[in-house]
Write a protein that binds this ligand. Structure first.
Ligand code: UT7
Length: 329
């Protein structure tokens, strides 16, 4: 028998420390005007040096479990979608399992960068749909400040730290995840990468000297890819869900650049009140952007049962993902 998968609880955690554009003006050759006009970002959160991604993810996970009314002992699986694991191995999911005491849960990480939350949601949903697993925790996010070159104005103004989490379980038929589109274009793999520290370029004095342990990005290429896939993947997700653009109650896009979000909103003729934007306060927090924005929309009373929520993301890979959820809570 097939079951209907959907989100049964959400939570997020953002570090307290706020880094403003004014502070960045004192660190690199940039201005608040440039950052706001070209990206829409005004401030971002930065985790303290003693914390790793699992610390952020664990707090988000506890909040999502509380929201879902699920005890850690009930979890069948933990999937962590991050591009900044605590270390290459063990996986960060196992570290979060240890923090939760979720001893029954299978654990693995999934790397689809900023598209990771929708990828994770998709994987979890397959297990729930097939009936082999009932309650799955998906944690998405990043501690991008750790891999940011704070002397590179092309990248350091864009990113922040944070984590979001969702419990994926069975929901009423007709609700939950109506469609998911996943994709990638590996030809763009070098446009956004962390070149060193893996098996291609293991850590060495040279790689550190050359700044190869920092995130490298060709912003313009990623921008072009993002605008294209936001249109195409979102369109496919809407068609696959069997709804039309007019049925969308809320668009929750990956929060990377306000210009990318506005282009998509224009294309779908979505008025401002149907588009969730919080990147002015958090910047780009990779796979956390969508769960954080979705939960903030709920907290603001912008999501009610039966709403059609369109989500879309893009990231390193280059990966992309889009999905339509019919809110079940
Ligand atoms: O989740 C996926 C993560 N990646 C992304 O989302 C990135 C997508 N790309 C973008 O959001 C945009 O391409 C950026 C915000 C990264 C850059 O905006 P842009 O409008 O594409 O600017 P640009 O790269 O074409 O640069 C325009 C100018 C350049 O100066 P010149 O060469 O025209 O003299 C840059 O050097 O702006 C300069 N610039 C800056 N100036 C002040 C680049 N960064 C800054 C800065 N402050 N922080």
């Amino acid at each position: 028998m097939q079951h209907t998968p959907g989100i049964t609880g959400l939570g997020y955690y953002l570090p307290e420390r706020v880094l403003t554009n004014a502070e960045l003006e004192r660190m690199v050759d940039t201005t608040d005007e440039w950052i706001v006009a070209r990206t829409g970002i005004r401030e971002r959160r930065i985790a303290p040096p003693e914390e790793a991604f699992s610390d952020l993810g664990l707090r988000a996970a506890n909040r999502a479990l509380h929201d879902a009314g699920v005890d850690p002992s009930e979890l069948d699986m933990i999937i962590v979608a991050t591009d900044t694991p605590d270390m290459i191995f063990p996986n960060t999911a196992s570290l979060i399992q240890r923090g939760l005491g979720a001893w029954r849960a299978a654990c693995f990480d999934l790397l689809a960068a900023c598209s990771g939350f929708i990828y994770g949601l998709s994987v979890a949903s397959q297990y729930v749909r097939s009936g082999t697993h009932e309650k799955i925790l998906v944690v998405g996010g990043s501690l991008l400040s750790r891999i940011t070159d704070w002397q590179d104005r092309n990248t350091c103004v864009l990113f922040g730290d944070g984590a979001g989490a969702a419990v994926v379980g069975r929901v009423e038929a007709g609700f939950g995840l109506l469609s998911v589109i996943l994709g990638a274009d590996g030809r763009g793999a070098t446009h956004l990468s962390l070149p060193a520290g893996g098996s291609r370029l293991p850590a060495s004095h040279e790689t550190v000297e050359q700044g190869m342990h920092y995130l490298h990005m060709n912003g313009r290429e990623v921008f072009k890819f993002a605008v294209r896939v936001f249109e195409e993947a979102a369109e496919e997700a809407i068609v696959q869900a069997g709804i039309s653009k007019e049925d969308i109650d809320l668009f929750v896009p990956h929060q990377a650049n306000i210009r990318i979000i506005e282009a998509a909103a224009k294309r779908y003729a979505l008025p401002k009140e149907k588009v969730m934007v919080n990147l002015d306060r958090y910047g780009n927090i990779s796979a956390a952007t969508i769960p954080v924005a979705l939960q903030e929309a709920r907290e603001a009373g912008r999501v009610t049962k039966g709403d059609h929520i369109l989500m879309a993301a893009f990231g390193a890979g280059l990966t992309y993902a889009a999905a339509v959820l019919r809110w079940a809570l």
